[in-house]
Design a protein around this ligand. Sequence first.
Ligand code: ATP
Ligand code: MG
Length: 265
Amino acid sequence: MNEDTHVSSEHPRSESIRIRERVTRHVETKVLALAGLIAHGRGEAFDYILGEETTPPAKKAITAAAATLLIAERPVLSVNGNVAALCADELVELSEATGAALEVNLFHRLPGREEAIEGVLMEAGAKEVLGVGGAASAKIDEVFSDRRRVDPRGIYAADVVFVPLEDGDRTEGLIRMGKRVITVDLNPLSRTAQYANITIVDNVVRAMPLLVSEAERLKGEAPEALREIVDSYSNVEALSDSMRIMVERLGELSKKGVYLEPHDL
Ligand code: ATP
Ligand code: MG
């Protein structure tokens, strides 16, 4: 995909604007539904408050997520349009590092979308993509949208499901089915962030490469050592620490109000 942009790297939001251009282009390829753009904007707002950096609690959650995926019996990485548009390469790398299957799972199953997402994953090196077309033949009774349709070889039978940028109804449904749920969500207040077993409060663009390298680092560890990492992790603590970082950052900035120097005015 053409990544050319007119945005100067001097611009304080250049990276965010480049990412925005990428998701916008993926509306044309059908990978992203229009609602995906709104979801992206909601995430960006929290990233602004977070300071656009991976925080210590996010790093802890990433380590716990890598360990959980590695000790899982049937881990699945659930892929929606936003995630495919933003980090297809890392999803394939994570699937290779952990042995997790890749499954397309969409809120809006519009004609051609599943195939477009499958295409992006295949282009990134995926060998098999579950959940496309008739393959999503099983239904999760707990969920009431297109997302209730899942692949019997994938999410339906999984013990651990990685659902970055997920909708709360479905996260709740997966938890009710007894699955362990890992998510990436910039909004610590979303239902997904609250219900998941492990919530990485970070931009998926920053979190995914870290998750891949953490999975590769922990791959050779004994299962007991991985279990220990998982058992000592507290998601309540991670959420609380993430919220505190946001509050403290805003608290510091609120002492000044104006924190940017006007220039070239
Ligand atoms: P919920 O349904 O869980 O209560 P919501 O309805 O507020 O959440 P959705 O649109 O259902 O939001 O889910 C998308 C989630 O993805 C949002 O919480 C948003 O903050 C988050 N998000 C969007 N873009 C990113 C990104 N690049 N990195 C991480 N999180 C993101
Ligand atoms: Mg929602």
